[in-house]
Ligand binder design. Sequence first.
Ligand SMILES: C[S@@+](CC[C@H](N)C(=O)[O-])C[C@H]1O[C@@H](n2cnc3c(N)ncnc32)[C@H](O)[C@@H]1O
Length: 159
Amino acid sequence: MFNKLRVDLPIPPEYKYERVNGVYLTDVWDDIRELTSGYFAGDEAIRDAKGNRVHTQQSPIALLLRIILVSTMPGDTVLDPFSGTGVTLVVAYQLGRNSIGVEIDPDYVRIIASRLNDFRHADDIMKYYNYYRHTKNLKEIWRTDKASVIVEEKQMELF
Ligand SMILES: C[S@@+](CC[C@H](N)C(=O)[O-])C[C@H]1O[C@@H](n2cnc3c(N)ncnc32)[C@H](O)[C@@H]1O
């Protein structure tokens, strides 16, 4: 399975022409930042009560979103045998994919369980939808019902 994604990369300052329908994704994904220490990690990094990162190798939501979008369809099953903080499972759920995660460290397993049960806005994949809007089969590979339900449920809790 290989879905040809189109992304709305920013136009370089010296570029002469407007881009009307994005560009095909290449095999160099330099538009996704790692969750480094410091403020770049933002809200997405899971931290303990003292503000320290709980897992220094936590992958960005944007990365797993792209991997799952490019290589699977709704209803497929994704396996992450080294789940860490469970980013693969959190993204797979929102995209309507089944997922199986394996993690050896019980502390991380607890983090995964709480991340799946207590949805965080920082994990919401919908903020990236617009970026992929020029992808031909986007509606087929990214069904938004699951993601919207999660966000709405969480918003209800907030009110
Ligand atoms: C690079 S981290 C994965 C990070 C993950 N992608 C995330 O975003 O949080 C690798 C994980 O594999 C786990 N691990 C290492 N050996 C393992 C094994 N034999 N079975 C299951 N998990 C293992 C580690 O505890 C660690 O959390």
